[in-house]
Design a protein around this ligand. Sequence first.
Ligand code: CUA
Length: 333
Amino acid sequence: MRRGSIVRILGLAAVFAAIQAVVALVFKWLPTSASRQMDRITFVYWFATVICIGIFAIVMAVIVYSVWHFRVQPGDETDGPPIHGHTGLEIGWTVVPALLVIAIGVVSAIVLSQNGRAGTNPDHVTVTGQQFEWSFQYPDQKNLKTHELALRLDHATRLDLESLDVIHSFWVPEFGQKQDAVPGIHTHIIVTPTRTGDFTLICTELCGLGHATMRAAVHVFDDADYAAWIKKQQAGGSTGSPGAAAFASGGCGGCHTFKPANSSGQIGPGLDNLAADAKKAGQPLDAYVKQSIVDPNAYIVPGFQKGVMPTTFGQSLSGQQIDALVKYLTGTT
Ligand code: CUA
């Protein structure tokens, strides 16, 4: 090949690379990282992207140059010359991509293994998914149970995931990782937050009618704020009465609208007109509310479906909590 051709192809490649670099850099493809794991994943992402930009630019340059340079001349009806291939070129375009793919594989494997390591003394949180809410238990904090996840800045936390019913999946976009919560299987994920702030845990596995609402608040605190938050939660959080606390710990607001709790869930029936609903069901108010909590399929408010609300509240809430919850919902606290 003549030297001029190579210079032209390289010039075209530079143009294509520049266009792709603009597309890669101008748009914000990923959320701003908030964890060490996501920093590593972002590195892999850019490592692979730069390689892809290089390959794509060269391929496009060769195609455009060939289409232009070797186009048929007017009136030329002859066959093209018989070509036998080019051994050197073929070895080159086999070996170079193989090396690049191996490089991406090695870098990914290293990052995967680093991200799987929790270090010597991680915090622990058990994350439980259930239709359609998340709950968190802190074995290092006297088994505190909450409906919001709090993590310490710059400390690795091992999150052990479990599910009470179907497959859910843990995803905080700024942490850069996803992990399924599967009934009967133990899965875990390591998160080492790198900036404080509020994030959102999103269920990223289609798990039923309320999937889109299955979210939880995530806070990253420095050590002092974390200790204060834990203390506040252990003291009963910001909720007032035992009924309100049961409402919060049951995650009821995720699915039900209830003005006193400031909740606006739309999965299940609203709870602001329970007296009217009980009348329609032909039951005394207290009995109706209690039955709806412990045996939700016994009576379904018209317009809603059976089998959506968890049937586990009779076990997961104590008798006292259920009584308090009934009082809270019926406005007799
Ligand atoms: Cu749980 Cu989607």
